[in-house]
Design a protein. Structure first.
Ligand code: G3P
Ligand code: MG
Length: 249
């Protein structure tokens, strides 16, 4: 990837904090604010359906309890994943990746599919989410989906099964060996928390030929500073404060 085809701003978990995370209502909220790219977290149910959820358990973001890896998708789909955020979102579900792909198509949203394996399921989650992503977005307009993960093993499996999809290694704090890791995974981008970045590190990452996406930036002045340093895309929860064109030069 020689040029970065993605917009400057991506809506974190669909609609940031203005909607229940990782739901279709979240994607619709992101689009309603004019955003053209969304990030969301994908994992596998017990019966290997790729669906959206951030945590290992369903407790925080639904009215259910327990480990997502132990629930079949039909059980997950019965849970209310909207009311915890606000009563107006009652009845929102944890969508399948297929439903998300259809919604992104309808709303013309570019996707950063963050592969978020449940504990011990890194390889199979990387492989199956990547294969599903390639199949579901096969006829989507450009730019196509961007895979990312904190899990090296998941991205390695994604690369083996679906080498044509672009990958970004995701870090909270960029480690010493970032260059070796991203090269071994054939990454186009490095994704990192903005908290531990400085201008010199951004310059080194860019000089290595990688694009940079940072999360989760909720302050406009900070977002502008990161863009000045060379960051390519800002992922934000404050999709209202950092609008789709807030960082245009
Ligand atoms: O992909 C960027 C960001 O979403 C990573 O952190 O915990 O919000 O998934 P998290
Ligand atoms: Mg995420």
């Amino acid at each position: 990837m020689k040029t970065w085809p993605y917009p400057r701003v991506a809506a974190h978990r669909g609609g940031g904090t203005l909607a229940p995370e990782n739901t279709l209502a979240g994607l619709r909220t992101g689009a309603r604010f004019g955003h053209t790219m969304v990030e969301f977290d994908a994992k596998l149910s017990a019966d290997n359906v790729a669906f959206l959820l951030h945590d290992d358990t369903v407790d925080r973001t639904s009215n259910g309890h327990g480990a997502a890896a132990r629930l079949r998708y039909e059980e997950l789909a019965r849970l209310d994943a909207g009311s915890w955020r606000d009563a107006q979102f009652a009845g929102e579900r944890m969508p399948t990746l297929a439903q998300v792909a259809a919604c992104c198509g309808e709303l013309k949203l570019a996707a950063n599919v963050e592969i978020k394996p449940c504990e011990g399921r890194d390889g199979e989650t990387g492989r199956l989410v990547a294969q599903e992503t390639a199949r579901l977005w096969a006829n989507a307009p450009l730019p196509g989906p961007l895979l990312s993960s904190f899990s090296y093993a998941a991205l390695e499996a994604a690369r083996e099964s679906t080498p044509q999809l672009p990958r970004g290694m995701l870090y909270e704090r960029v480690p010493e060996d970032w260059q070796a890791q991203t090269a071994a995974l054939g990454c186009v981008s490095l994704h990192a928390s903005h908290r531990h970045l400085d201008a010199a590190l951004v310059a080194r990452i860019k000089a290595a030929g990688l694009f940079i996406l940072v999360y989760t930036v909720n302050d406009l002045a900070r977002a502008r500073e990161l863009v000045r340093w060379g960051v390519d895309t800002i992922c934000t929860d404050r999709i209202d404060l950092i609008g789709p064109h807030a960082l245009d030069s």
